[in-house]
Design a protein around this ligand. Structure first.
Ligand SMILES: *Cc1c(COP(=O)(O)O)cnc(C)c1O
Length: 401
């Protein structure tokens, strides 16, 4: 999973280069920077890597989600469909624009269920944000088809699947926008950072302007004399992050291949246990190998299995009880808690409730997550692997007994 495992000399040299030139800002300082624009270089390398025409680096994955939705024109009253198994950032970005997140079930891919997506489309639905959760593909071609047929925009949350693909096409390049995160636990990291990719020049231009106070980015004008087309904000990435991103991106192929090797070894051992089934991966070749997820037949068996894994010191995540990734655990959302005194966006200025959620709204997601156990896969697992495989063998002997 984490690019921090391979931070090394390459990152150090890139950062030193930035400090030697003494330019931290991605724009301006044309003489001092001697023609070197690290954030721009990172954008170009990234768009080339995923095969998108345009890329915009921003300050975080959450910012990328918000900037993308803003460029798509999403705002108050609009409904945006996303899924009940994701990181809170996905729906925070929607709420932050005043739009309303509507939650769709996941299926055995643990990503958005297209059947349920169809059911949740309503008169106010404007966009869909499917999430390629835990390193593998959503049914993105079907989701995009449904969205197009219903006049909806698609922003792919690819924060957890950088470098992943479906049938040879990179995740993040199927919809109108793809969003990526480079936070400190993601597959490649710049500490904090994010990226938006698109093939649409108009969308790119809007996103680029919105993320930088509305600046029109006219190369013939000094920055201070640039005009604005609309009100923006500051979600800029800085040069040190761009430099880090370049060094990390060069390691992405290595990271993915190591993760896949490690994942396969653990999966082979787990496959020997009867009644375990694995998460449906639509295209094994395009999985980045960052998580291994399997199902037990019942919630009771999953709990027993998790306990046995803890006892055998096998790293694991039980998303069903996790406070940050599952709809039922988002009590601040379910209870409509806002920092804003009026209660917005959950209440309108008159104190009337405008958004509310039912914690039992996603029974299919519950049925899947309550039986799912996850092993996070690292890049460097040589020391850990024998213990993990041994632990699985021990659990197997108790399981069949
Ligand atoms: C990490 C993550 C984000 C947000 O990225 P940050 O860079 O941490 O803001 C968004 N969506 C998902 C699914 C994530 O895992």
């Amino acid at each position: 999973m984490p690019g921090f495992e391979v931070l090394g000399e390459e990152e150090k040299q890139e950062i030193l280069g930035v400090l030697e030139r003494g330019v931290l800002f991605r724009y301006e300082f044309h003489n001092e920077r001697k023609g070197v624009y690290k954030v721009r270089e990172f954008e170009q390398a990234f768009s080339h890597y995923v095969g998108a025409k345009y890329a915009l680096a921003v300050s975080s994955g959450t910012a990328a989600l918000k900037v993308g939705l803003a460029a798509l024109g999403i705002g108050p009253g609009d409904e945006v469909l996303t899924q009940g198994f994701t990181f809170v950032a996905t729906w925070e970005a929607i709420l932050d624009l005043g739009a309303i997140p509507v939650f769709v079930e996941v299926d055995d891919t643990l990503c958005m269920d297209p059947q349920d997506l169809l059911k949740k489309i309503g008169p106010n639905t404007k966009a869909v944000v499917p999430v390629h959760m835990c390193g593998a593909q959503a049914r993105i071609d079907t989701i995009v088809e449904i969205a197009r047929a219903n006049g909806l925009k698609v922003l792919e949350d690819t924060a957890q699947a950088c470098g992943g693909s479906l049938k040879g096409k990179f995740l993040g390049t199927f919809g109108d926008f793809g969003e990526f995160s480079f936070d400190s636990v993601k597959t490649i990291t710049t500490g904090e950072g994010g990226m938006l990719v698109t093939d649409d020049k108009g969308l790119y231009t809007k996103a680029s302007q919105y993320h930088d106070h509305g600046h029109v980015h006219d190369p013939t004008l000094p920055r201070g004399l640039e005009g604005r087309n609309f009100v923006g904000f500051n979600y800029r990435m800085m040069e040190i992050q761009g430099a880090l991103g370049l060094a990390q991106l060069r390691k992405l192929g290595f990271i993915i291949s190591r993760q896949k090797e490690n994942k396969l070894m653990i999966k082979e051992e787990l496959s020997k246990i009867s009644s375990i089934t694995f998460r449906n991966i639509l295209d094994e070749g395009g999985d980045i190998g960052s998580f291994l997820i399997f199902f037990l037949p019942s919630q009771e068996e999953a709990k027993w299995f998790k306990k046995s894994m803890d006892e055998n010191k096998i790293p694991n995540v039980y998303w069903y009880e996790n406070l940050w990734h599952y709809y039922k655990r988002w009590e601040h959302l379910l209870e409509g808690k806002s920092v804003i005194t009026s209660g917005y966006p959950f209440k309108d200025s008159g104190g009337k409730t405008r958004i509310s959620y039912d914690e039992n709204a996603l029974p299919q997601t519950e049925h899947l997550l309550s039986r799912a156990i996850t092993i996070p896969i690292n890049i460097n697992m040589e020391k850990q692997l024998p213990g993990i495989l041994d632990g699985i063998r021990k659990i197997k002997s108790q399981w069949t007994a």
